[in-house]
Each structure stands twice: as C-alpha cells, then as structure tokens.
Design a protein around this ligand. Structure first.
Ligand SMILES: [Zn+2]
Length: 450
C-alpha cells in the first residue's frame, strides 16, 4: 500500500476539489481515499510513503489520439499538406514497416509519454500487411506499464497503396482476433477499439462492418473525421452531404464513437454529434503542423460535446508532450476567437483527464483522483524553473509546465517513473533500438539519402 503525502492534490473530481496539503491512499491498483495528509497518515500507518512535498498531484494525462508507429517517422513529414504527407512519408515508410519495428516504436513512444505524465494512450494503427503489428503493440505496452487503448484501424480504398489495403473479411477476422486476445487483458491495462481510418480511405462497406463488429463485442470505435478541407470537399461532393451527416445516415454515429479532428464540421454536424453522444479528439499541434484547420472546439463544448486532446502521431507534431498540447488547445482558440476567456486552463485540464475518460467510456475507472478509481497518478515538480512560483497549480500545469517537470508516475497503482527515471524499461536500450529501427526503415524506404 502507498500513501502519497504533502502534495497539492488536484483531484478533478465532480466538485473539482483541490487539497493544499493532501494525501492519496493507494491499495493495489486502486485509490482508496483522498484527504488531508495528517488524517490519512494516522489512518494508514503501515503504508509506504511517497513524499509529494513541492509537487502537484494530478490524474494521469490521457493522450486521446496517437499513432505509436509514427514515432519512427519523426521529422520525415515536415512542411507537407495532408495528402502529400500521406504519400511522401506515411505510405512510403509503412510499405516496409514490420511488427518488429512497431514493437520498438511502441516502447519509445511509451517511454516518452510515461516520462511526460501520460498514463493512457488511444492508438490508431492502420498498417496491417504484417499482421503481428497489433500483437507487438500489446506486448510492448504491457512491458512499459502504460495503459493502452489499442486502435485496430484499417484502410481499403485507393490512393492507399495496395499492399497497405485490407479486404473487409480480413479486417473482420483480425479485429475479432485482437478483441478476443487483448481486450481487458493485463489487469485491464489493455483495451481494444476498432477504426475504419476515415471517411475517404475506408469504404462504406468497411465502415459498416467495423461498426457491426464493435457493437457485437461491446468495444468502442474511432474514426478520423473531416480533418483537411480538400478531402472534406471531395467527400462531401461524393456523399451528397458532409461526412458526419453521412455517418449519421448510416447509423454509425453513437456514444461509443470517438472522432479525431473534426476541423471542418458545421453547426448541423455538431448537433448530430451532440445528439448521438459521439465524442471528439482534438489535436491542436497536428492540425497546425499539417495546416488542416482550427476545429470549432468552443462551439462543440457549448453544445455539450465531450472533447478530449491528443498529440496525434509523432511525425505530425513531432512529440507526445501533452502539456504542450494542452497549452496550444487553450491558445489556438483564444486567438482564433479573439477572446481570452473562451478556453480556460481548468477546462483544458478537464479535457485531458476526466473528459478523456468519459470519451472512452472509462469515467468510472480513470480520469480523476477519487476513491475506487484506478491509481493512475502523476506528481509534477513545483520546485522546477518553469513552475516557480506556483500561485495556482492548474494555471501552471497548462500554461507553464513542460513534460520535463514530471517527477513521478503511477499506472494502475504501480510506480513506473520515479525521480524522472523510467523503472519499467532500460531507457538507453529503448532509444538505441528504436533509433536503429527508424534509420533502417528510412534507408530501406528511400526516405533519406535521396
Ligand atoms: Zn491521426
């Protein structure tokens, strides 16, 4: 049993309680109590103490949208529009991407995320010519100790190269295999969601098939949606309506659907998303990097849509720093609307924690520091140059902190990062192996030395 003591605890519970000299009791994988340090010390005298003096204690951050494999492509996709970025970087590299590469990518991405206070990721993996990729993601995720929401994604439409396209029957078969093998495994650390990649590169037949399988097995679904304007225009012309309206017509929109991006949704689209209870994953850094557009997030929030925040892949960001993503979420909507009040630090932190949990249907398990929840906990240094002085911990977390201020991280009640050191993996080896895999892949793919 652990007792985190003397911390500035930002619970993100319903009342948004903050304890100035707080403590958090953890038994096994779950939080048993949150309160004042002296009271909890008396109640749990046997507990092993984790001293949080000069630290802010927050729920683990959720990276609501990422592509783990893309960490090996970091820096290869600069200064391209979405369509060119896909063909020049993603497809070119992915034609050679093996399960073994994905294993090293997952370890590297998990290392970066855990050390940056991210305790849960939502992946989207759509490179399936080597069917061991999802198995390797699961294996590396469990080794690292991070909570992983595996996204079994698929594409079946040109201009995706034929090698990367998947027949609908194979997508169904493999989705069922991945769900049966990994969903809710590793003491609940692993979950599976299905994903027809987006409105353009997955056929209607594929969208409907994935929707059916995800409903049959009770797993959620993800999709990229209305990301960049050229594609939105093409698909709106093809469907005779916007892609969101098309999904609604097909019966695909539902409360277990998480839509990434939604940069170009109109008012009616947002009403349909709100009506069906579908959720949105906002990716401010990636949307700026690819010049996709600015998603109307304040309007979504007004309509009651649950919005979470993601980094997106590391070759359209190019890191997995959720502190940066939180800050840019606030700043991009303030400047877009010329209104500094439109997005507050508290709302942004909510989006990266408890609203992210709600977006995944996991609000009873993670997203806040409350008795009964899984102990996904992050201790952030206040005695850090970027965090001093700290008048308001939520303000500093969103506007001042970088992931470098993260000191200690627990996932599922297990200490995975302590004093900035990753305990679960040999970090030097992770970086070395991933670096080697990336260079080999880039050489083989002709992405470098041209
Ligand atoms: Zn994405």
């Amino acid at each position: 049993m652990y007792l985190i003591t003397n911390g500035w605890i930002v619970t993100m519970d319903k009342q948004r309680n903050i304890y100035r000299n707080g403590a958090l009791a953890i038994d096994g994988s779950r939080i048993t109590e949150v309160g004042e340090t002296n009271a909890l010390k008396q109640k749990y005298p046997q507990a092993e103490i984790i001293d949080a003096t000069n630290k802010v204690v927050i729920p683990g951050l959720v990276n609501g949208h990422v592509h783990l494999f893309q960490v090996l492509y970091r820096g290869l996709g600069d200064d391209l529009a979405l369509a060119d970025w896909l063909s020049e970087c993603i497809y070119r590299m992915s034609l050679n991407l093996t399960g073994n590469d994905v294993y090293h990518a997952t370890l590297l991405a998990a290392t970066e995320m855990l050390k940056g206070g991210v305790t849960c990721y939502v992946d989207s993996h759509y490179i399936n010519w080597d069917l061991s990729c999802q198995d390797k993601i699961a294996e590396a995720t469990v080794l690292s100790g991070i909570r992983g929401i595996m996204g079994r994604s698929t594409v079946d439409v040109a201009p995706v190269p034929e090698k990367l396209r998947e027949a609908v029957d194979q997508a169904i078969r493999e989705s069922e295999r991945i769900i049966k093998t990994y969903h809710n495994q590793a003491d609940g650390l692993l979950k599976v969601r299905l994903e027809p990649l987006n409105e353009a590169l997955a056929s209607t037949e594929m969208m409907l098939a994935m929707r059916e399988v995800s409903r049959q097995y009770g797993v959620g679904m993800n999709m990229h949606m209305m990301e960049a304007l050229p594609r939105v225009r093409t698909m709106t012309a093809k469907f005779g309506m916007t892609p969101v309206k098309y999904l609604y017509k097909l019966g695909i929109l539902d409360s277990d659907l998480l839509l990434a991006h939604c940069c170009w949704v109109d008012d009616v689209d947002m009403d349909l998303i709100a009506e069906t209870g579908a959720k949105v994953a906002h990716n401010p850094v990636s949307n700026q990097y690819l010049a996709d557009g600015v998603a109307p997030v304040p309007r979504m929030l007004e309509k009651g849509i649950v919005v979470t925040i993601g980094s997106d892949g590391a070759c359209s960001n190019n890191n997995h720093d959720m502190f940066e993503a939180m800050k840019l979420t606030a700043l991009m909507h303030k400047v877009k609307n010329l209104d500094p009040e439109i997005m507050t630090a508290e709302k942004v932190l909510t989006m990266a924690t408890i609203d992210a949990a709600r977006a995944l249907g996991l609000e009873d398990e993670i997203g806040s520091l409350e008795a009964g929840k899984r102990a996904d906990v992050v201790l952030v240094d206040i005695d850090h140059p970027s965090m001093t002085p700290c008048f308001n911990p939520v303000s500093n977390l969103v506007y001042a902190a970088t992931s470098n201020a993260v000191n200690t991280v627990l996932v599922n009640g297990r200490i995975v990062v302590q004093d900035r050191n990753l305990l679960t993996l040999d970090e030097e080896k992770v970086l070395h192996d991933a670096n080697q895999a990336a260079w080999n892949l880039a050489e083989k793919s002709g992405a470098i030395n041209q």
